[in-house]
Design a protein around this ligand. Structure first.
Ligand code: ATP
Length: 364
């Protein structure tokens, strides 16, 4: 997809913001605190229902304003003439959303049509942070490539909430049996979807590692499904864990405990990678996801957002990333306090925007 217009009102330091991005590389340049990240947050918010820095109520609405508004216009690669539009007004508590002029009743309806992959200073957490972040990565990808995934995920989440409530209330075996059956019915396919998706991402990973981060060596995704799947079906795992689950008051096995890792032939582990290496690996995993999406979904490349690319990536790696991205044809937004030095060697013709004290101007 290609964003052709982005507008926001009362978003952090911006009372009003309007940008007509170019189809390729877009650079947002300005001093610290100027508002560069806020522009990228506007895009991320529409695609995820939250910012990569937190929820709307965690400071996204401009101080003194009641609500923020974001409006995005875009076209899809498979359907370039057709302009699509999404709008969102959010107070931090309540929201109103529109898609192509029609009100939506679930934020997921906006998230489903806007594909944005974001890399930001906290993205190393995809490698060295909590398993929840890694599950979200898998589920976001599946949400976009597998139409049957979301209903299964929702069914599983509901059954899990009910089972946990029952465990806390010391519910009887008969009631637990029926929620176990629901969990299994959704949990087994959920886990199969995740394994299939990991296998798909693995097809992209080796070439991407050699392009972006060759020093990491051979890399392989490994999925941990959340129970000893190789030894027993989920139904048996739940039954075996029942006494322990009763004691702790929640479900200790199942796909909600799934995790994945990238194992590196060098032997380096998530715990021993430097912050910069963890970021490089996170970026590579995000690009694997974007590349798979571009190949498998009619809308083409997702929009790629790189907030503060220069932080902790050395010149050589920045160069690799820029060369790669300019070769993909993706629409890319990069923020930084200065133009990336590596830019001149890519031959890219970026559109540059200067951001200063909550104001944004296109250069040239
Ligand atoms: N809710 C808010 N209301 C008003 N101003 C805000 C709000 N939240 C953040 N700000 C201000 O908005 C400005 C923009 O911050 P942002 O993080 O987008 O800047 P940046 O250009 O990315 O900075 P850096 O290069 O330091 O990362 C900051 O000066 C910040 O103090």
């Amino acid at each position: 997809m290609r964003v052709t217009r982005l507008e926001a009102r009362d978003l952090r330091c911006f009372d009003a913001l309007q940008i007509g991005p170019g189809p390729g590389l877009n650079l947002l340049v300005g001093g610290n605190g100027a508002g560069k990240t806020s522009v990228l947050e506007a895009l991320h918010l529409m695609a995820y229902g939250r910012s990569f820095r937190g929820r709307v109520r965690d400071g996204l609405v401009r101080r003194g304003a009641d609500a923020l508004e974001v409006f995005v216009e875009w076209e899809e690669s498979g359907d370039p003439g057709r302009v699509r539009k999404a709008g969102l007004r959010h107070t931090g508590q309540a929201w109103v959303g529109k898609l192509d002029g029609t009100s939506v009743d679930q934020l997921s309806q906006l998230c489903a049509v806007l594909e944005v992959v974001s890399f930001e200073p906290g993205s190393h957490a995809l490698i060295d942070g909590s398993s929840e972040i890694r599950r979200r990565y898998l589920d976001w990808g599946l949400f976009h490539v597998e139409p049957d995934f979301f209903p299964v995920w929702r069914k599983y989440s509901r059954a899990l909430r009910q089972r946990n409530a029952l465990l806390k209330a010391q519910g009887g075996d008969r009631q637990l049996d029926s929620w176990d059956a629901e969990l299994v019915e959704a949990g087994e396919p959920l886990s199969r979807y995740r394994q299939g998706y990991i296998d798909r991402l693995q097809q992209e990973l080796p070439a991407l590692v050699s392009t972006l981060a060759p020093s990491l060596g051979q890399a392989e995704y490994r999925l941990h499904p959340g129970w000893k799947q190789a030894d027993l079906p989920l139904a048996d795992a739940l039954l075996l864990a029942r006494d322990r689950d009763r004691a702790v008051g929640h479900t200790t096995v199942g796909p909600h405990r799934a995790d994945w890792q990238v194992s590196l032939a060098s032997g380096a582990s998530h715990d021993t990678l430097s912050r910069g290496q963890a970021k490089l690996l996170a970026l590579t995993c995000l690009m694997a996801q974007a590349q798979a999406l571009a190949a498998d979904v009619a809308g083409g490349w997702p929009v790629v957002v790189l907030d503060d690319l220069a932080s902790e990536l050395d010149q050589a790696h920045q160069q690799r990333v820029l060369n790669y991205l300019t070769g993909t044809g993706a629409q890319v937004f990069i923020s930084g306090t200065e133009l990336p030095r590596a830019l001149s060697e890519t031959g890219a013709q970026p559109k540059v925007f200067h951001v200063e004290h909550g104001r944004l101007e296109a250069a040239g």
